[in-house]
Design a protein around this ligand. Structure first.
Ligand code: GTP
Length: 329
């Protein structure tokens, strides 16, 4: 029986992993992939942003796949193999704070996975705009060092001199990986999938202890706050708040992401922030069976959960429907 190809998509917070995942899924219409999306906190935003295809999407939230939910990762893969459901490949999107080593280790140490799966490549998405600050963090460095393919993404946000300097840094950290410059992770599928690039010897050269069972400790100064709001939000108030917030605290705000319910907007509003860079756009329409609830997560340092909550409360659209109609008229 031929082995099923598995790809690990990793890279620091906000680099473009979900963007890449969606490109790969859309480029493989005839395939059935098992997609495993991992997020650090209890509120999963990424799972809501994966394109709708016939692929099976498993969300592993509330813990990092490199530590607390590693057992769940193994169980998800074993479960689909045991079910006999046909799958053509596995793609794992790690959290942006994951150390890839324990994820790689799962493929090597578990007997069933070792026999049935072939780890094809570790693909790391690097944020060309923010990597020079992120690289001080162990997780960001390890994600680069273990990569077989490095996407140097967001090239639209930096100039050529800075790109060349970043590319040199990546090369110093990882002399073997293929480096591909991308905007919005636009890359041919064949450059990332079925490249047969993973080699345990390279991983052992990065970390000779990779096969030893050791837990990964996350940087305790990085916090996570998730807010849920059932009242629809006033878009103008939200925009003012979020812009002020990143002006004041953007350096410490590694990541903001949310799916928001704005008043008088039939579509979900998808919102992203990476430090000072903010982006938002309407996504698909809310379904009739979905609660129109806003969810927003913050990952960073010095987060004041109570203050964030109060600010979000102040963005509620509390007008009565008749007042809204009057204003619209
Ligand atoms: N300007 C620019 N923005 C990009 C590019 N690629 C992705 N983005 C934006 O970067 C933000 C984060 O993209 P995601 O794909 O969600 O990043 P991620 O790595 O999955 O994020 P986490 O899962 O939170 O770590 C979104 O607003 C994207 O639209 C790019 O090449 N240029």
């Amino acid at each position: 029986m031929s082995k099923i190809s598995a790809t690990i998509l990793t890279g620091f917070l906000g680099g473009g992993k979900t963007t890449l995942l969606n490109i790969l899924l859309e480029a493989s219409p005839g395939e059935r992939a098992l997609v495993i999306v991992n997020e650090y906190g209890e509120v999963g935003i990424d799972g809501k942003l994966v394109v709708e295809t016939q692929d099976e999407v498993v969300e592993l939230n509330n813990g990092c796949v490199c530590c607390t939910v590693r057992g769940d990762l193994i169980a998800a893969m074993q479960g689909v193999l045991a079910s006999g459901r046909p799958i053509d490949r596995i793609i794992i999107e790690t959290s942006g704070l994951a150390d890839p080593a324990p994820v790689i280790q799962s493929f090597m140490l578990d007997e069933v996975l070792r026999e049935r799966l072939a780890l094809d490549a570790i693909v790391t998405v690097v944020d060309a705009r923010h990597i020079t600050d992120q690289i001080a963090l162990d997780e960001a460095r390890e994600q680069i060092c273990f990569a077989d393919v490095l996407l140097l993404n967001k090239i639209d946000l930096v100039d050529e001199a800075s790109l060349a300097a970043t590319q040199d840094m990546l090369r110093r950290l990882n002399p073997l990986a293929r480096i591909i410059r991308t905007q919005a992770c636009a890359v041919p599928r064949d450059a990332v999938l079925d490249v047969r690039a993973f080699d345990l010897r390279n991983a052992l050269a990065v970390d000779p202890e990779i096969l030893a069972d050791h837990a990964h400790e996350h940087d305790a100064s990085i916090a996570y706050v998730a807010l849920r709001e059932a009242t629809q939000l006033d878009p103008a108030a939200f925009n003012i708040w979020i812009n002020r917030l990143v002006q004041a605290a953007g350096k410490d705000l590694f990541r903001i992401k949310g799916v928001l319910a704005f008043a008088e907007e039939p579509r979900r509003y998808v919102f992203h922030g990476v430090h000072m860079t903010l982006e938002g756009r309407p996504g698909r329409a809310w379904r009739a069976d979905e609660a129109r609830c806003s969810e927003i997560v913050f990952i960073g340092r010095n987060l004041d959960e109570a203050a964030l909550r109060r600010s979000l409360d102040a963005c509620r659209d509390t007008r009565a429907p008749s007042e809204r109609t009057a204003r619209a008229g």
